[in-house]
Design a binder for this molecule. Structure first.
Ligand code: SF4
Length: 453
């Protein structure tokens, strides 16, 4: 009898992964790809052509869950054309027992339903389906163990994501993440350093450290996040380090000092504020006040004057009055974020906010989000002009999709820059004179190539 790998090799089986949601999920899909390639699957360019289809789902918004059910249902036709196709659904949505069971019962043609804590067992599950003809349902409850050594299939250099921790302890009242990702657990610093050194040795120049709240990273050897950043700067050959997401209540003075003192640490902090009113912040269980947030922004800017600050904002949270909303508007004017991801609150089953009184009328929410986006767009248009005439160091990431004679990449602060250049520049740091700044993108001219550090 053939082993699983021999069977997959002999049949030239291919996989396709569809990823929904955030950067954590994107990175988890790189691990799913690594696990599937470790048993012989090869990537497929299209869903139709794949022998194994994986939907890596998100459940942050309730309508994302409804859409996933629709998209999974649509796979029935493909399965009818080829009964040997394996369909797997995993990710945050299927970590919720109720949703996972509903999906498993509703779609008998789905072979595997698994939660986020079962990811490392995917090869065994595929074996059970392919060699034994079984369906697999695997949704483990909160698993505190971190699985090291999962193979990862990443995009080609220069950028790579590295998980430093999993889960979240914060229980913001609107958020489902702590229920599906479990409590915080941090990887050992030595493992993170090894992974980053391996990446640097393979041509990667920039890493994005990922965690729901990186500021509460705490390794078993006592390393906290500022120390981890310092160690990555001194003990690895990586050129640039980004991180997300930073919870404002946990961003310490020590971290600000580390950002200010190390050239390798990008001068960009994504600092979700969510609302500008103390009442709403309290109802959201965010753990800081408006004043504390503004003081934190002041402290960061004092230490790192050229810092790029970005944020997330939710409008229409239950009970948000017009006065509360105007406090969010005034906070935006006070801080003048470089960019903001703006969301209309939508009720998420299973969270505390879902049962809060004071639901805001849809028309009011729409009106508020339009006003908020208008204000933020105006701020961005003004602030981005300061880059015109400056020289920025850009890490070239790829060819521009707008013009095949142009390359694109990011500044230290994360601003996208387009300029005339050739493919061989990908992975290089270039000094680029900024000619024009338009909304979210800078356009420039290549100066001499520059090395970072
Ligand atoms: S910090 Fe709050 S918003 Fe972020 S993942 Fe944790 S609970 Fe969700």
């Amino acid at each position: 009898m053939l082993s699983l790998k021999e069977y997959i090799d002999a049949n030239h089986l291919k996989y396709y992964i569809k990823t929904y949601g955030c950067q954590m999920n994107d990175h988890e899909s790189e691990k799913i790809g690594g696990l599937l390639e470790s048993i012989g699957y090869r990537p497929s360019g299209t869903l139709d052509d794949a022998d194994m289809i994986v939907f890596n789902t998100c459940c942050v918004r309730e309508n994302a869950e409804q859409k996933t059910f629709g998209n999974v249902g649509a796979l029935k036709k493909l399965k009818e054309e080829n009964h040997d196709k394996i369909i797997a659904v995993c990710g945050c949505m299927t970590q919720q027992d109720e949703s996972a069971k509903r999906l498993f019962d509703m779609f008998p043609f789905v072979n595997i339903v698994m939660g986020t804590h079962n990811l490392h067992l995917l090869p065994q599950m595929v074996g059970q389906c392919l060699l034994e003809g079984k369906r697999v349902f695997a949704v483990a409850q909160d698993n505190q163990e971190i699985q090291e050594g999962i193979p990862i299939i990443r995009e080609t250099p220069p950028l790579a994501s590295v998980n430093i921790m999993y889960g979240c302890n914060n229980f913001c009242s609107y958020c489902i993440v702590p229920y599906v990702r479990g409590r915080e657990r941090s990887r050992e610093a030595a493992n993170i350093l090894d992974e980053i050194n391996g990446l640097a040795g393979n041509g990667y120049r920039e890493v994005m450290l990922l965690g729901q709240n990186v500021n509460s990273y705490h390794g078993v050897d006592g390393t906290d996040f500022p120390s981890l950043l310092s160690r990555i700067c001194s003990d690895t050959d990586i050129s640039r380090i980004r991180f997300m997401t930073s919870h404002p209540k946990d961003l310490s003075d020590r971290l600000i000092k580390v950002i200010a003192a190390n050239r390798k640490v990008c001068k960009h902090v994504h600092l979700p504020v969510q609302a500008g009113s103390d009442t709403v912040l309290q109802n959201m269980n965010r753990g800081y006040t408006r004043e504390q947030y503004l003081n934190l922004v002041g402290a960061i800017r004092d230490a790192v004057p050229d810092i790029v600050l970005t944020t997330d904002i939710i409008v229409g949270f239950p009970g948000e009055s017009e006065a509360d909303f105007m406090e969010t508007m005034s906070l935006l004017e006070a801080v003048r974020f470089d960019s903001a991801f703006t969301f209309v609150y939508s009720r998420r089953r299973g969270t505390k906010a879902a049962s809060m009184p004071g639901e805001i009328d849809d028309a009011v929410k729409r009106d508020r989000i339009v006003r908020l986006i208008d204000l933020q767009n105006g701020i961005v248009e003004e602030t981005i002009k300061k880059y015109e005439g400056t020289v920025q160091q850009v890490l070239v990431e790829g060819m521009s999709t707008r013009d095949r004679n142009h390359v694109c990449g990011r500044t230290d602060g994360g601003k996208m820059v387009n300029f005339s250049g050739v493919q061989s520049l990908i992975g290089d740091f270039c000094n680029v004179k900024i000619i024009q700044a338009k909304r979210t993108t800078l356009f420039g001219e290549l100066g001499e190539a520059g090395e970072k550090n």
